[in-house]
Design a protein around this ligand. Structure first.
Ligand code: PEP
Ligand code: MG
Length: 323
């Protein structure tokens, strides 16, 4: 089996009946690009930039960040690297950036909410990203977008920094895709509106599931509610993917669910364009895709979304369709 996987390293990610998708890696530092490439990643679907901040003892400078993003895009050699802007807050804090004590940190001052408030930090990061874009294929996405206004505000700041750099003669790529994480149910419900502004969506199921089910992703007492295959979650995912396609945009997924072997048939059937996961799951997933008929999985997904009432029913249906 491992031998079979190795042979798929440079192969395309394609279903039995010829539907192509992209398999990407999730990374935390530019050094992780090596493992991504070794495991046959066709992209980096999520670079969690907050690790640059967490691994430091003070806010990383523009130059430090620039070097890190440049290393990542150069390491991927022309393949797309989606960098997510700083996602601090929730369960991730910075010792040198004291955040207010909050009753519900996961519902509080977090991610893009901090970036829009602390524009000094945000603009520094955007300038570093813009400068790095010249050295490869870089895309940017904003975490925890809940409203159209947040996306527009973040994008406007990006455009300002881009214009400033260009005016200063700094080389910047002219085709940087700017997208957003889909990890808040409110955003998923207005995906059709957001798709007019965002170049792409990346579904963050780790958070989307916890916010949809109102069940803390780390709390064992309510973990029975943490159900990736629940029809409610599948409906949200379908809404997001369909909305992006209507606008000619693409949707990826960078939550754990993207590399889940039960979820992959469903996601293929729902029309997901890009699956981003830990590098070590890529070859296994490419091998699974080869065995799946995308048209049949479409039928499976439709049934799961329209007919199933429970997670158990969905899992049984996946088994029936993939055996
Ligand atoms: C997610 O929420 O699914 C995600 C990929 O982001 P993180 O796990 O870093 O919150
Ligand atoms: Mg998240």
């Amino acid at each position: 089996q491992k031998e079979e996987w190795k042979q798929l390293k440079d192969a395309k990610s394609v279903s039995k009946d010829g539907k192509e998708v992209l398999l990407g890696a999730n990374i935390g530092t530019p050094k992780d690009v090596v493992g991504a490439v070794e495991n046959g990643a066709e992209a980096v679907g999520l670079f969690r930039s907050e690790f640059l901040y967490m691994d430091a003892s003070e806010l990383p400078s523009e130059d430090e960040q620039f070097e890190a993003y440049k290393e990542a895009v150069e390491g991927m050699n022309g393949k797309q690297v989606v960098v997510r802007t700083m996602d601090i807050g929730g369960d991730k804090d910075l010792p040198y950036l004291p955040l207010p004590e909050e009753e519900n940190p996961f519902l509080g001052y977090r991610a893009i909410r901090i970036s829009l408030d602390r524009q000094d930090i945000f603009r520094t990061q955007l300038r570093a990203l813009l400068r790095a874009s010249h050295y490869g294929r870089l895309a940017i996405m904003f975490p925890m977008i809940a409203t159209v206004k947040e996306f527009k505000d973040a994008k406007a700041i990006f455009e300002e920094e881009k214009a400033n750099l260009i005016a200063a003669g700094v080389p910047v790529s002219d085709d940087i895709e700017v997208g957003m994480m889909m990890e808040i149910p409110a955003a998923a419900m207005i995906a059709d509106k957001l798709a007019k502004y965002a170049d792409f969506f990346s579904i963050g199921t780790n958070d989307l599931i916890q916010y949809s089910m109102a069940a803390d992703r780390g709390n064992e007492r309510v973990s029975y509610l943490y159900q990736p295959y629940n029809p409610s979650i599948l409906r949200l995912i379908k809404n997001i993917i369909d909305a992006s396609h209507k606008e000619g945009k693409w949707t990826g997924m960078c939550g754990e669910m993207a590399g889940d072997q039960v979820a992959v048939p469903l996601l293929l059937g729902l029309g997901l364009d890009e699956f981003s996961m830990s590098a070590t799951s890529i070859l296994k997933t490419r091998s699974l895709l080869k065995k799946l008929d995308a048209n049949k999985m479409k039928e499976l997904a439709t049934k799961a979304v329209e007919d199933c009432e429970t997670t158990e029913e969905v899992v049984a249906l996946v088994e029936e369709y993939t055996k």
